[in-house]
Structures are given as structure tokens and as C-alpha cells.
Design a protein around this ligand. Structure first.
Ligand SMILES: Nc1nc2c([nH]c(=O)n2[C@H]2C[C@H](O)[C@@H](COP(=O)(O)OP(=O)(O)OP(=O)(O)O)O2)c(=O)[nH]1
Ligand SMILES: [Mg+2]
Length: 131
């Protein structure tokens, strides 16, 4: 089975709101909400991929990111390992640079069912205030 390594950014502002983007109707996990991010390339570290993907997808330059864990999940035909980073420092203002819908959500109001299953455990930790 194909196995993807994915860098994922939880962009959190000083009001404890988190930036979400909606996956394209044509993509895998279509229309689910997600944390911006994407596949780690061969020659990249997870943090390098995070910085590249967040610039591509949200237009921000990440200046502070800390690794907060990983999640491994097998979908029907795809295995993913998500590398989660809490992003609390950046230059610019995040927006859906690829035209994707976006919104800021209070951390305690995140709803697991709006995300792909691989995110569910992390959402629980965020809602519980453990991160
Ligand atoms: N970015 C992101 N991907 C996630 C999350 N949860 C989750 O299961 N995934 C999965 C869905 C995708 O199959 C896989 C790869 O992420 P991606 O589709 O963002 O990868 P990418 O930006 O490199 O995609 P591409 O358009 O360049 O092909 O990770 C999440 O919260 N954020
Ligand atoms: Mg992506």
C-alpha cells in the first residue's frame, strides 16, 4: 500500500483560534476540513516540508513551529503518517492561497467529524486543552 509522510501545521493565533482550510471537492477526503500541509518530499525534513507547504497553501512564512506528535492511519487504499506541528509564529496573514475555503475556529470548538479520521485523536487533545 502507498505510504505517505505528511507535514501538517496547526496554525494558532494569540486568541487560541486555529486556521482551517477545506479540501477540494475533487481530492481524497473531499470537502473535509484540514490543517494546511502536504507530502514530505524525498530530500526534505518534516519541518522543511511544513514551511514549504504553508507558504504554498496559506502564504505565511513560518518562524516558530514545534513538533507535537504523529498519527499513523490506514485508509482503504492509502497509509498516511501525519507529522503535526504547532505553529505560533509567522510572518504574513494566512489565507486560502489555492482558492480553498478557510476559517478560524476557537480551539475548543473543533469538531472531529469535520476532519479526516487520521486527525481525530489530535482533535481530542486540542479540544481537551492538552496542547
Ligand atoms: N494537509 C493535510 N493532509 C491530511 C490531514 N489529515 C489527513 O488525513 N491528511 C491526508 C490527506 C492526504 O491524503 C494526505 C496528503 O496531504 P495533502 O493532500 O495535503 O498533500 P499535498 O498538499 O502534498 O497534495 P497535492 O495537492 O500536492 O497532491 O494527508 C490534514 O489535517 N492536513
Ligand atoms: Mg496539502
Amino acid at each position: 500500500m502507498k505510504h505517505l509522510q505528511v507535514a501538517v501545521g496547526i496554525i494558532r493565533n494569540t486568541e487560541r483560534q486555529i486556521f482551517l482550510a477545506q479540501r477540494a471537492a475533487s481530492s481524497y477526503m473531499a470537502n473535509k476540513w484540514e490543517f494546511p500541509g502536504g507530502k514530505i518530499e524525498q530530500d526534505e525534513s518534516a519541518e522543511q516540508a511544513l514551511k514549504r507547504e504553508l507558504m504554498e497553501e496559506t502564504g505565511i512564512e513560518v518562524t516558530s513551529a514545534s513538533a507535537i506528535g504523529q498519527a499513523d492511519h490506514s485508509y482503504e487504499d492509502l497509509r498516511v503518517t501525519l507529522h503535526f506541528f504547532l505553529v505560533e509564529g509567522w510572518n504574513g496573514e494566512p489565507y486560502g492561497r489555492e482558492g480553498q475555503p478557510q476559517r478560524w475556529v476557537e480551539q475548543q470548538d473543533l469538531v472531529a467529524d469535520e476532519f479526516p479520521p487520521a486527525n481525530h485523536e489530535l482533535i481530542s487533545r486540542l479540544v481537551a486543552g492538552e496542547i
